[in-house]
Design a protein. Structure first.
Length: 429
């Protein structure tokens, strides 16, 4: 086992600390046909995260869902493992790993607790990765070590009460003052990690998209700001309760009321949001698909074991053709999901845009497949499948969010059809 990774079998945890991202063409030359574990490093990462999940994530999942509570200490503890900055460069406290590694971590965590995994995704993909690839040098040096260690918890705020899919319809505004500072006004809705506890404590730092005017062609100009806890005018409007699923993650409304943000907290250029937003959305969609894969794998595993244990009419229920249909079709769907998820992951280079066709495609396919497999699992487990102790009803509820968050199914259908209009040859390549 290489020293590069935290070895679960060691006495003392050693951080994930991989080499820099290998470009896809280099990895493709390796003679390894397991696309879910293309290198030894990836296989070790999977083993480590799987073992850690079993020990620390699984035992708390049901209770946190039931109580609608986010396990903040557990998320923070992932900093010691090097997982909070999985894709951030090592020089800022990250692990410098690639899209396949990000996919592995989301899949493994989600097989036990998709709600907790969503909080991890909001922190590590929506905030940390965004900053690592798009922040200024000063921003990266000041903030990345804190979010990679877990000292600070991050969030990303795009959606608003009146604008979700229609990103250019967002109305939160940012106006620059004579002294260079920016004043933000508006509300953000549905923000994962927007508050980090039951007392309404806001996230330590939020990646906020705001409208800063129009360009010379009259198009809406969006700019990105880092809003930090303690900045005047930044607060939590409400923690959103009673969600269908993902109840182990906190979702909040954020309020920016004449919120003063220093000039140094503008990310990139004024009006530059679309450039980095699109690249990061691809990784977000891939990792949401990876979460679906974790849900599917666990659901399949639960239904398969139950079908052996349960007897009815003197036979194991797995001997009944209708149960075989649930198991057989779920297995085939799961394997197809796995192939598409890891094919996309192996071809996605973090920090660049251009993989939208597959990042939309894989999320479109995998999220609904996960929901269907979790549904089949409930059916196979009968009455037991309908109660929390048996996990699959939670996985089913959690899976529904994946058809909405990070882009709705309809937005993926729209994007794919638009991209195939521009480049129909993508089908034949
Ligand atoms: C638990 C949870 C966590 C979330 N976390 C975050 C987060 O951390 N950060 C963040 O910014 N957002 C977050 N979101 C918001 C999420 O990304 C949005 O809910 C999602 O993008 C959809 O936006 P909307 O809810 O405004 O729905 P709308 O955009 O209003 O859509 C409503 C319906 O209309 C359809 N529709 C809209 N436009 C079109 C069109 N052009 N063609 C066809 N159909 C269309 C949609 O597909 C949908 O079916 C979260 C949401 C939830 C529920």
């Amino acid at each position: 086992m290489s020293d590069a990774l935290w070895g679960i079998k060691r006495q003392k945890p050693i951080r994930v600390c991989a080499k820099s991202q290998k470009p896809p063409h280099e990895r493709a030359s390796m003679s390894n046909t397991d696309i879910a574990n293309p290198t030894e490093e990836h296989a070790m990462l999977r083993e480590m995260v799987r073992d850690w999940t079993k020990e620390y994530v699984e035992p708390q999942a049901h209770q946190h869902d039931k109580e609608e509570k986010f396990n903040l200490p557990l998320l923070r503890s992932m900093g010691e493992l090097g997982l909070l900055g999985i894709s951030a460069p090592e020089e800022y406290g990250g692990a410098g790993m690639d899209a396949v590694a990000c996919t592995i971590v989301h899949e493994e965590l989600s097989a036990s607790d998709p709600g907790f995994t969503l909080a991890y995704l909001a922190h590590s993909m929506l905030f940390v990765n965004n900053l690592a690839y798009n922040g200024t040098e000063e921003q990266k040096q000041r903030i990345l070590p804190k979010v990679c260690s877990g000292e600070w918890i991050g969030a990303m705020a795009m959606s608003e009460p009146d604008a979700g899919t229609d990103v250019l319809g967002l109305t939160t505004s940012a106006v620059q003052q004579d002294d260079g500072t920016w004043v933000l006004n508006g509300r953000k809705m549905w923000i994962t990690n927007g508050c980090i506890d039951e007392d309404g404590t806001p996230a330590d730092v939020v990646w906020v998209y705001a409208r800063t005017g129009e360009d010379e062609r009259g198009r809406v100009q969006l700019s990105t700001f880092l809003v930090e806890a303690g900045m005047p005018g930044y607060s939590v409007g409400q923690k959103i309760y009673d969600k269908t699923g993902m109840r182990a993650s906190n979702t909040a409304e954020l309020v920016f009321d004449d919120c003063v943000v220093p000039a140094a907290n503008l990310v990139g250029e004024v009006g530059g949001s679309m450039r980095h937003m699109m690249g990061n959305l691809e990784l977000e969609r891939l990792t949401l698909a990876a979460m679906s894969l974790g849900i599917a794998r666990r659901s399949l595993d639960e239904m398969n074991r139950y079908a052996t244990d349960r007897t009815s009419f003197g036979s194991k229920i797995r001997d009944f053709g209708q149960i075989q249909r649930h198991i057989g079709e779920s297995f085939a769907k799961y394997r197809a999901m796995r192939a598409y998820v890891y094919d996309t992951a192996n071809n996605l280079t973090i920090g660049t845009a251009g993989q939208r066709l597959d990042s939309d495609g894989v999320k479109l396919f995998a999220t609904t497949a996960a929901k269907e497999i979790a549904d089949a699992a409930i059916q196979v487990l009968g009455g037991y499948g309908y109660v929390g102790e048996y996990h699959v009803e939670r996985l089913w509820r959690d899976s529904k969010l994946l058809e909405i968050g990070g882009g709705t199914l309809e937005s993926h259908q729209k994007n794919i059809t638009r991209d195939l209009f521009k480049d129909g040859e993508a089908i034949n390549r």
